[in-house]
Design a protein around this ligand. Structure first.
Ligand code: SF4
Length: 214
């Protein structure tokens, strides 16, 4: 479903989806997603959680671009802690040679979206979603499965006694309705840096071989 359909389906039978945490992989991808969510009347906060990025310099560069988008649109950006060593241990170990769109990426989505789900639960958000689906290099179904797992993980913890309501994961395919094209235009307009690889060192290796921009 596209963004309007997903939000509308939640509004029909449940409380208004007012406060949405948008996990952002980078400023350029977020530049098509954050305005789309706000246009539908949601309060949006961007959550930059990307320990998959291979170096601290690259992480800071992408974070600065997400902040530039936030400043341009008047949207808050929350930066999660950066811990690439933990990501390597929990996500990439044993899957270093997997191709993009393979099982390392599925774990990577789950890692970042679990952090977004936990933050959303702790801070009283109604829902969370992610900019990852705007990229044609990402399989939206894999992202949705990771989001559902992340939301379920938070719900499972809540069964242990927390009274906080569980945030829902919104399955929004941001690449629909020319989402990717919109992200290209908006990031060019704002002069945002578009990285030449997905994020981890394994994707950098692939991009160096293909010389593609992601
Ligand atoms: S290629 Fe991208 S999505 Fe896949 S594991 Fe690396 S950083 Fe994560």
């Amino acid at each position: 479903m596209d963004v309007a359909e997903v939000i509308e389906s939640h509004r029909k039978d449940e409380k208004k989806m007012a406060k949405v945490l948008l996990h952002v992989c980078c400023g350029p991808c977020a530049s098509a997603c954050e305005p789309a969510l706000r246009d539908l009347g949601n309060e949006v906060v961007m959550f930059f959680s990307n320990s998959n990025i291979d170096t601290e310099d690259e992480y800071e560069k992408r974070l600065a671009n997400a902040r530039a988008l936030g400043a341009a649109d008047g949207v808050e950006v929350v930066a999660d802690a950066y811990d690439h060593a933990d990501w390597l241990e929990k996500v990439a170990k044993g899957l270093e040679d997997e191709p993009e769109k393979g099982s390392r990426c599925a774990r990577c989505f789950r890692y970042n979206l679990s952090r977004a789900a936990a933050y959303a639960a702790e801070h009283g958000y109604d829902a969370f979603t992610t900019s990852l689906t705007v990229s044609p290099h990402k399989v939206s179904r894999m992202v949705f499965d990771a989001g559902a797992d992340a939301a379920w993980g938070v719900s499972a913890k809540e069964c242990g006694g927390s009274a906080a309501p569980s945030p829902k994961f919104l399955e929004i395919d941001f690449k629909k309705r020319d989402g990717f094209l919109k992200s290209l235009r908006r990031s060019a307009e704002l002069g945002l840096y578009r990285q030449p690889y997905c994020g981890c060192e394994f994707s950098r290796r692939g991009a160096d071989e293909e010389n593609v921009v992601k």
